[in-house]
Write a protein that binds this ligand. Structure first.
Ligand SMILES: [Zn+2]
Length: 503
């Protein structure tokens, strides 16, 4: 037995000996850093979804996929899965008068959507504005909404968090539209200052194009009471009041962007029908006021080197290496768009998958705020999908350890694209550059103009890309099939997706 074999057995499967035989062992620091430098260059203007720099990045990635022999899985055999978006600019002006007070747009009213309106009508109250037959909820019972403005309470009776509110907003608008209402307006009673809310929504927003929805004309927005509970006495009477309402209308612009998707077919005649989905978002927040952070004349470009040019380079490295020596299972590599504007690229993908979701056994997502520990990769979702050992082995192979579930209070799992897959039941994990704490070292770069390529360590970039590649390979070659840990939030969704028996 040779010495190298001896080491191999000693390290019990971490494949020290075999390192040199895999293509990822030959990944070059210089090449990877060159990709990072281009993706995070000022030329790409922060890669904002729907803007030219975002398209340029997509083209760059697709050419890389093509060069390395991946199969195009986008529209018409290309690498691009084109997505239509709507960019909404809120009405400039508006006024609503009822119950002895005039609410003014931008001051104590924020109309966010809807066609221009100018007229006298009535205003009615309809609880939370929700209807749920299954649970016998009908906030519209006994309410005449036709031609009227409907005022509702924020969120649902159980939840008034930002996620619930934004999820329910289109539902409330649709329910109001179906009943012939002209507007649905939520009363601002939330646990954070109106000024933050106002500033956030003044910028309008980007959404997936809704197609031919019939509720587009209905006005939707918020009013802030003069003091908390002001409207309670009116609400209790359940009476319709007369109201005067006018606003200049929201503007909706159509934009497109794209997920970049390539496939490496597996080598095993049976297992190749199972897919490991490797994702990383290539979009970032853009430049100037779009960036959402501090900027000045000297530097106004949010380069997004860490977030998420690093992850993009890592999936490119994996695409190249696995294509050179494919795994038993197939690997689908997706550079996602639209993450920074609400995980929209992944939300679109899971509604329009290019390989069956119930044959997609795992999503490995790579995304992060930055790093403050170059001895590890951080594993967000550690302990949830049964593949922790393989993740550890992959990172170890690249000379790194793992840091499980960093900064739980930041709820990182639900803040990147892995959650779109998880919600459909596909086991998903987010692997991030080494973050142990959301400290100053992270915040100095996170969504700031300072997140430049030349502040990223080339050696750590190489180790990070090697880890992602190796982890993907180990899982795609493994006999183990990932699945949600018993009792996980997404276990039921997983059982439904894969048609497993629920006990
Ligand atoms: Zn990110």
């Amino acid at each position: 037995m040779s010495f190298t074999f001896f080491i191999y057995f000693l390290t019990s499967g971490t494949l020290l000996f075999a390192q040199s035989t895999y293509p990822e062992a030959k990944l070059s620091k210089e090449d990877l850093f060159a990709h990072l430098s281009y993706l995070a260059s000022d030329e790409l203007m922060g890669r904002r979804t729907g803007q030219p720099g975002n398209d340029t990045a997509a083209t760059y990635i697709s050419q890389f996929f093509k060069t390395h022999g991946l199969q195009g899985m986008g529209d018409d055999g290309s690498f691009f899965q084109t997505i239509s978006f709507e960019q909404t600019t809120i009405p400039r002006e508006g006024k609503l008068t009822f119950d002895g007070h005039t609410y003014t747009q931008g001051d104590d009213m924020m109309i966010l959507k809807g066609d221009p309106f100018d007229g006298k009508t009535q205003i009615v109250y309809a609880g939370h504005g929700l209807v749920d037959q299954e649970n016998q909820i009908d906030d519209y019972a006994g309410v005449q909404a036709e031609g009227k403005i409907v005022v509702v309470l924020p969120g649902s009776p159980d939840a008034q968090d930002p996620l619930t509110i934004s999820r329910l907003a289109p539902v409330k608008r649709k329910l109001a539209a179906e009943r012939g209402a002209v507007a649905v307006i939520e009363i601002y009673r939330l646990g954070f200052p109106w000024s933050f809310f106002k500033q956030y929504f003044s910028r309008g927003g980007l959404e997936l194009a809704s197609g031919q929805d019939k509720d587009e004309f209905v006005s939707y927005g918020w009013i802030k009471e003069q003091s908390v509970g002001d409207l309670n006495s009116w609400i209790k009477t359940e009476e319709a009041l007369s109201a005067a309402f006018e606003h200049s209308g929201a503007r909706v612009d159509q934009l497109t962007s794209q997920n970049v998707i390539g496939l490496i077919e597996g080598t095993d005649p049976n297992l190749k029908n199972e897919y490991v989905i490797l994702t990383g978002h290539y979009d970032h927040v853009g430049a100037g006021a779009d960036g959402g952070g501090f900027y000045n004349e000297e530097d106004s470009i949010f380069n997004g080197a860490r977030d998420n040019a690093m992850g993009t380079v890592a999936i490119m490295a994996a695409a190249k290496s696995i294509s050179q020596q494919p795994t038993r299972r197939s690997v689908l590599v997706i550079a996602l768009t639209g993450e920074e504007v609400g995980l929209l690229g992944s939300k679109y993908y899971v509604e329009h998958p290019v390989v069956p979701l119930d044959q997609s056994i795992l999503n490995i997502n790579t995304d992060g705020a930055g790093y403050n520990d170059t001895t590890v990769v951080s594993v967000i979702g550690h302990g949830r999908t049964g593949i922790d050992e393989l993740i550890k082995d992959g990172a170890n192979w690249a000379g790194l350890g793992i840091f499980p579930n960093p900064v739980p209070r930041q709820n990182l799992y639900d803040r990147s694209d892995n959650v779109s897959f998880a919600q459909k039941g596909v086991p998903a994990v987010n692997i991030s550059p080494g973050i142990t704490e959301f400290d100053d070292a992270i915040q100095y770069y996170y969504h700031q103009v300072t997140d430049e390529a030349d502040t990223v360590s080339p050696s750590y970039l190489l180790q990070y890309a090697k880890s992602i590649t190796r982890i993907t390979r180990l899982i795609a070659d493994s006999d183990k099939t990932p699945f949600w840990t018993e009792g996980d939030k997404y276990e039921e969704a997983g059982k439904k997706l894969y048609k497993l028996e629920s006990e």
